[in-house]
Design a protein around this ligand. Structure first.
Ligand code: PGA
Length: 251
């Protein structure tokens, strides 16, 4: 593997934020400017309604803007959906796909995620593909197998030609304040790395593996210092610029 990869700290605002939340982008921009040389890439994924304004607020800063989901078609009769092309047009560079809340709330299968990844790639977006086991799966010892199946189906073959970003998010750690042990995180990231290298070769070696699930200022440094963790996907703690900034500088 190459020397240290430039980490990515991505914020997932989920279904939180109206226009007033754009202040947090402005604040983050100021904090990053004041800090000068930051060692990570920074991404904020606001709700779709804020995406364009967030991209405008972030202009001239290192903050990139991403979507939280996209449809697998570029356009058409799909009421309420947003396509990857539209996200790109609104100023997004990335899109989160297959988040466990999408898999649970909307019954998204790994096959559906695969189609969305292809749509994102065609639209010029970098997909961040989420995988992770439930608590029952962790307890019955099938976590590796579950992640294996999610990854093998969610990732299309042509993913190997582009930058791969995977977020390992144990479902039971999301929004709960609980996190796996550092050893468990390291073990799962090593497992994911092995799977990606065997399927995609050097692109897999250089894939960014983010950890997500209750990352906060108090645990960011140790999590981000864990082997094979190349960044974080942060939910709750990304909503306030000060907290998110503390995580960004913990890399
Ligand atoms: P959390 O969410 O940081 O609030 O646990 C993470 C995520 O769902 O991406």
């Amino acid at each position: 593997m190459q020397d240290r990869m430039r980490p990515l700290i991505a914020g997932n605002w989920k279904m939180n934020g109206t226009g007033a939340a754009l202040e947090q982008i402005a604040k983050l921009k100021t904090l990053l400017e004041e800090a000068g040389n930051i060692e990570s890439d920074v991404l904020v994924c606001p709700p779709a309604t804020l995406l364009h304004r967030a991209a405008q607020s972030a202009e001239g800063s290192p903050i990139r803007i991403g979507g939280q989901d996209c449809h697998s078609n570029p356009n058409g009769a799909h009421t309420g959906d947003v396509s990857a092309t539209m996200l790109f047009d609104a100023g997004a560079s990335h899109v989160i796909l297959g988040h466990s809340e999408r898999r649970t709330d909307h019954g998204e299968t790994s096959q559906a995620v695969n189609e969305k990844v292809q749509a994102a790639l065609s639209a010029g977006l970098i997909p961040i593909v989420c995988v992770g086991e439930t608590e029952a799966q962790r307890l019955d010892g099938t976590a590796n197998q579950v992640v294996n199946e999610q990854l093998s189906t969610s990732l299309p073959d042509n993913f190997g030609k582009t930058r791969i970003i995977i977020a390992y998010e144990p479902v039971w750690a999301i929004g709960t304040g609980r996190t796996p042990t550092l050893d468990d995180i390291a073990q799962m990231h090593a497992h994911i790395r092995t799977l990606l290298v065997s399927r995609f070769g050097s692109t897999g070696e250089n894939a960014l593996l983010l950890y997500g699930g209750s990352v906060k200022p108090s645990n960011a440094e140790e999590i981000l210092g864990t082997a094979d963790v190349n960044g974080a996907l942060v939910g709750g703690a990304s909503l306030l610029a000060n907290d998110f900034f503390s995580i960004i500088v913990a890399t």
